[in-house]
Design a protein. Sequence first.
Length: 141
Amino acid sequence: MKKTIRIIITVLLIVLLFLVRAFEEQLFYDPLNSYFQNDYLYKKIPSLDRWNLLLHLFYRYIINSLISLAIIHLVFRNKKIIKFSQLFFTISFLVLIVAFFFSLRNNLEGGYIFTFYIRRFLIQPLFLLILLPAFYYHKKL
């Protein structure tokens, strides 16, 4: 694939990540979104359907992960990097979703910051921002 085509597709995938974020209210069930914007300072955690929330977190994580894997593939074109990234995304999801579930189950007794950041890693493509420079650095070694 030509370099210009790879760049165009990569930019389109990045735009797709922005669109997932822009339409999150319409696409995903997440009552914690408004809670973490302001309510966490003076209100208890809102009532929520935990299983529906976990399911929608899974959907969003999968969408972001697939787009992120496509970007990593286009940038590096290396099967080992893709396999490592797939494993990294899978293990990260399992660890984060279990921690998030137990934090919700305990009604954020460990503090809202812990749950906020776990949720942030689940709903945002932060691992892409971590892996891209790491792979680039590794490639330059």
